[in-house]
Design a protein around this ligand. Structure first.
Ligand code: CA
Length: 225
């Protein structure tokens, strides 16, 4: 999952970035409102963490503009201001959730997980497909009840697939969301990692879930999908 953080306090921004990267998120940071707003359109982000008080352009104006343009990215507003009026203004402009500084990183993480889960039917902090289970909190993965050890990248890749079962994902899309890079700079690394993941989650099990769509990319699905 690729997250954009727009936050001018460099300490806070790097605290969020390091914390999220440790949780296998891809994180980009912008330190002012103008740069952040432009960056939003450069990449396809899965969530935006947005400070309200920002140089050059404030968070509420960014929020208003991106909702006017029908950009549906989930937004977590982050601010030192905690009056009811500010919260209402943020939510009215289309923020999905609100967190007041100072905050505990665990709470930010929980709220982010909740935002990313919207649109996914499971209310539990886990993703499942057939007998594969991925726990978003403990990072444990099992298939048919057997523990499967994944590297950080394999985990991120599996999470990306499990969030959109049945959807064919191009290598370019996978590169952007899982590695945070453009496909041009990146070629068969994805194929190599998909094969690692396939060995671990499919080789000893039935049905096979991870399929190659020739010339297009990959899809994770059950035979019924
Ligand atoms: Ca600020």
């Amino acid at each position: 999952m690729r997250i954009l953080v727009i936050e001018d306090e460099k300490k806070v921004a790097s605290f969020i970035q390091r914390g999220l990267e440790a949780e296998h998120y891809q994180v980009d940071v912008a330190h002012d409102g103008e740069a952040g707003f432009l960056q939003l359109f450069d990449n396809d982000y899965d969530a935006l963490i947005l400070d309200v008080m920002l140089p050059k352009r404030d968070g509420l104006s960014i929020l208003r503009d991106l909702r006017t343009r029908k950009l549906a990215v989930p937004v977590l507003m982050l601010t030192a201001r905690d009056t009811i009026a500010d919260k209402v203004a943020g939510l009215d402009q289309g923020a999905d959730d609100y967190l007041t500084k100072p905050f505990a990183f665990e709470e930010l993480l929980a709220r982010l997980r909740a935002l990313l889960r919207r649109g996914v039917s499971s209310p539990a902090p886990e993703l499942t497909l057939a007998d594969v289970r991925l726990d978003l909190v403990t990072h444990q993965v099992t298939r048919a009840g057997k523990r499967i050890d994944l590297t950080a990248k394999e985990f991120a890749l599996l999470e990306f697939f499990l969030r959109q079962p049945g959807r064919v994902l191009s290598r370019a899309l996978i590169a952007q969301h899982v590695w945070g890079v453009d496909f041009d700079t990146f070629t068969n690394v994805i194929d190599v990692y998909v094969n690692y993941l396939r060995k671990k989650i499919d080789t000893d099990f039935e049905p096979k879930l991870l399929h190659t769509v020739r010339g297009v990319g990959y899809v994770m699905k059950t035979p019924e999908l």
